[in-house]
Design a protein around this ligand. Sequence first.
Ligand code: C2E
Ligand code: MG
Ligand code: MG
Length: 766
Amino acid sequence: MHESTEQNWPEGRIVDRLPVIVYASELGENGRWRYISPQVEEILGFTPEEFLADPGLWARLVHPDDRLRALAVESRDALGNRDTRPVEYRMYTKEGRVVWMLDEAVLEADAHGIPVWHGVLYDISERKTAEIDLQRSLAQQAVVARLGERALKNGDPEALMRDAVNLIGELDGVEFACIWEVGRDGRRLNLRAGLDDTALASGRRVSAGRESHAGAALDSGVPIIVGDWSEDERFSMPPAVRALGATSSLAVIIDGKDRPFGVLDVHSAEPRRFDPKDVPFLEASANVLADAFERHAADRALRHRVLHDALTGLPNRLSFVDSLDDALGRASVSGSPVGILFLDLDHFKLINDSLGHHAGDALLRAVAPRLRAHLRPGDIVARFGGDEFGILIDRLADDAEAVAIAERVAAAFAQPFSMQGVDHFVNASIGIAVARLASGQSTNAELLIRDADAAMYRAKESGRNRTVLFDAEMRATAARRLETERELRGAIDRDELELRYQPIVNLRTGEVTGLEALVRWRHRERGLLDPADFVGVAEDSGLIEPIGRWVQERAARQILEWHELRPDDRPLDVAVNLSARQVAHRGLAANVAEILARTGLDPVHLRLEITETVLVEESASAIASLEALNELGVRLVLDDFGTGYSSLAYLNRYPFHALKIDRSFVDTLGVEQEGTAIVEAVIGMARALSLDVIAEGIENDVQLAELRRLECDYGQGHLFHEALRPEEISRMIAAGSLDYGPVPAGPASADAARITSRPQRSRKVE
Ligand code: C2E
Ligand code: MG
Ligand code: MG
């Protein structure tokens, strides 16, 4: 049979050399083989003889999954059809290997009318493997892409890990995937995602050592392939992985910037499912996870930084406001009051100044745990900045409880703080505000903090080291301030501001040398308001800036008018008050220069009075402001001296020309021995520093006599004149009655004539 067929193929030798199997066989699953070329042995391991002897062999060798497809063409219908489609199917070789065949044949009847296939079998295994690899790699790439997309959309690591194992688990041939995280001790890997509850019953940990496949991947950083768990001698199979019926596995490290996060592994029910071609995919997935975890950790660190105070580690104001808003939200449902304490250390600046900033920082750090120790677990302590702390007390019974807690917190300061080996006693002023939302009152975090701040301020005002509860009266005050601010906004435009002028007298001669401009507000309903009624509001709201510019310009023009009125006399100086906020403003010197230029006032005739508390703040911008003003040639006067904390020794650091002794000291003159001694010391020191001294609030002759005895240069007060309308000053200038007549004779009166024509400073230099 074989021989006869061979004669049908005259070019047999060429056929024998083609890299394909040429054949002729009868139709049907068990059709007889008439010819099959010798290459069959090379490709399938069976000789042509074995085929010719066994008609059922071919069908038996076809892969069971492909059999239907392969046999579908075995039909008479194909007879004479010249363009039958080639068929692809897998066949087993004699050794059990799988090869892909492409079968291309035509069915024709032989001379006896028997249908015979004349065909060619190509070995397309290589192409097929490449194709399958491509498919697999495309599917893998799609998984990585989708994973990357999810990682960007959702930063939550927990959800991302679940997504990752689900996506990877959907791949062909992958039974399941797992993510393991290195434990804190570095000795175990804990399962974070990938197994269901049944598998988890057998344990969610593996060793991070080299005896486990995941541990080895973690330790070496090199991917680990287990071809067949039943044959593997290197690793013991994790019970959970065994429970799910894995036969082969691949594990890669999920690496982090500082330390590895853990391991990602995939498992298959087929042996040898994974090879090095799968590594890049799994590594890419692991990298997506690593990046996402890294990003999440960075986000968290950033969030922590944004919401916490670096010095004490406490939540900061931002975070406090958040928590308070939440608490208020809950309270609006539950109805229980929410309380906050606003705590400010007393004289913290003194500690900072005398012991240094490091000691100040150490104190703030030591305060934090003390506050915590006196609170309940749910309460929140935050640092607002500087020496200010906020405490949130959720679920209060009533105001009394808030006060009791505040007292307890205050008691935390009964023990001294040890700094640089020395015990220091530090006190705190505490403001309390309680929100009761059940009574229909609505509030928000900022408003409540403002109330507590106001109460704290009241505690400071009433002597520090105490607690004050924000009450209805304070609320009314706060409301009034808001109203005042609203009305003050339009006051300049409505031309409601006015200036009064209080003459400043040379105490030796009685001559008026200058005038202090003092602002007033003519309110439509409330009448003429003093600075005490609105300057504080103007400072808090920033309105003091435009008001200040208005005052300066108005005062400058006014004093020039008075210069005109008495051209032969020494020109009067005008003094204008500046508040701390104005001094801290960067544009101050430029504004003043502009006003001087616009009005034409000589800078030596402009005095700017700056309250002493500006120095206590000692801010860089304030100092820069003072220096810039001095450059302009205007004179700086330190106002309200004695009410702040600035020591006299400190004064020569600033370009002051004069200092004004506060009214409270002048009040004591002739009444209190100690007060007189202080004034005497101040005048002596000022003289040593070449500063003029002005006494304010002189109301009687006793005070005047004392000041003259102490050789105080200048004074102002009701004894001479109160603050007067400008028309009145003009009238007095015209009448020549401005100067103070009856100055009693004193040590300096002899050379009064000479001195009145000279500024005081030159006298001292002489
Ligand atoms: P100050 O600069 O210390 O002004 C002196 C205050 O003492 C003035 O009160 C004045 O009327 C008052 N006074 C003067 N002599 C006597 C006296 O013999 N006895 C008593 N009991 N009081 C006397 P005033 O005008 O109410 O001003 C209060 C404060 O308001 C000023 O204190 C100053 O710090 C501030 N101020 C006034 N005008 C302005 C302004 O235009 N801008 C700024 N920023 N602050 C101003
Ligand atoms: Mg003043
Ligand atoms: Mg004053």
